[in-house]
Ligand binder design. Sequence first.
Ligand code: C2O
Ligand code: CU
Ligand code: CU
Length: 494
Amino acid sequence: MTRSRTRSPLARLVALLLLAAAWLAGCAGLAPSGHPHATPPPAPQDRQAPPAGPGPRLQDPPELVSRDGVLKASIGVERRKVQVGDHRLYALTYNGMYMPPTLRVRPGDRIELTMTNRVREDTNVHVHGLHVSPRSPADDIFVAIKYGGSHHYTYRLPRTITPGTYWYHSHADMMSAAQVAGGESGVIIVDGLRRYLPPSLRGITEHVVALKDFQIHGDSIRTHKLKIGTRTNRTVNGLQNPVISLRPGETQLWRLANIGANIYYRLHLKGGRFHVIAQDGYPVRRVYAADTLVIAAGARFDVLVQAGGRPGTTTLETLAYDTGKAGNRFPRTDLATVVTGGTPMAPARIPTDFAPNEDLAHAVIADRKTVVFTENAAGDEFYINARKYAPNRVDFTSVLGTVEEWTVRNDSDEEHSFHVHTNQFQLMSVDGKATDPDHRWFDTVNVPARGNVVIRVPFTDFTGRTVLHCHILNHEDMGMMAILDIVPPRDRGK
Ligand code: C2O
Ligand code: CU
Ligand code: CU
């Protein structure tokens, strides 16, 4: 358990008075120097006043919440004209929404999800990162839901499933990139992160910060012949440069999720920092602060963000990012306007010790595997261990109840986003450099160009065929995916 870090009532009162004084000084133009929020403070606002800023107020996606241990959801896949950012375009929607409902569940819950396909190409859905069975009726990505057809998924979440941010998206064979780019992705939250927060932070406001981008083709979101390096429109929860509001000193929980098809983000909050409390749905052992966060395709970070003590406006941006000679150069882009205003709050102490973490550093290693990413010179064929994906070929076999060490090597001149289904993994090293044992669990990790990562994967709870792939979905669709069969131990018979 984490220790409570609540300060004494007197200390809190003093802090509050100091803050109030600083706020008043700020309003009178007596800004203390050296404050990280360099923007001059706007006129005093009352709490109800709409924040200044270029975009609409940030809206969280609607939520479907489990009740009595069950989440019942129906999702219709439909091509519909919707508002995306500043445009009205045909999108591949879930229930008519470019930013579909967040599925909010708890450990031990069951999800009953019926998906109906009203689009003239096969589809299906995958629950990215959730530790659930890869077999039907659960997370079987080999299912193809035909036009006009439905499929009923049942996912049983173990009680031990780790809390945090996950997501769901199309995993249609050869069409994942098209369908996710078109809009077929949403967020899943497994509740439970708050219990690791000190009592003073357990009630904090949280926001989904879902990162999706779209390119335009006529009156539609472009879905086919996607070029990763083409100018794209980056949105937060489907909104163009929305306004996120905080009170001075307020701490919020932001669920940063890269749920687009292909691109990377290098997030930066001008004048602020991200305090990471979970990565890919796995709470960290110790909270760490980051000025920038590279979010590879498919990855998520749950972070605490604390507003400065004075009113002001700043920017959540993605910085320029280069994925290598054979890759892409993404330009710097504003993502959201962050406005601090209203009644100040005493800034809470950001916790350090957070959640217990399993550690496989001393595990018995049952097998070692090497996964090599390569591509052709034209950049239209992608391979794992020199082979393109084939839906009927098992590429790797692992035994339930064991731990394996995999070296994922990137023999190409661009970064790839390694992801494996069903089990999260412990990242041991990147390019030979050991990772910090206090935060090294992921389900998706960037592999540097001409570099490598070493991971340890525990095969627990579930057998069945599943996949590993690059989460740059263009690459996945063009071959960079392989099948992993998790089999029962031999001594238990067939
Ligand atoms: Cu988001 Cu095969 O995964
Ligand atoms: Cu996945
Ligand atoms: Cu790739």
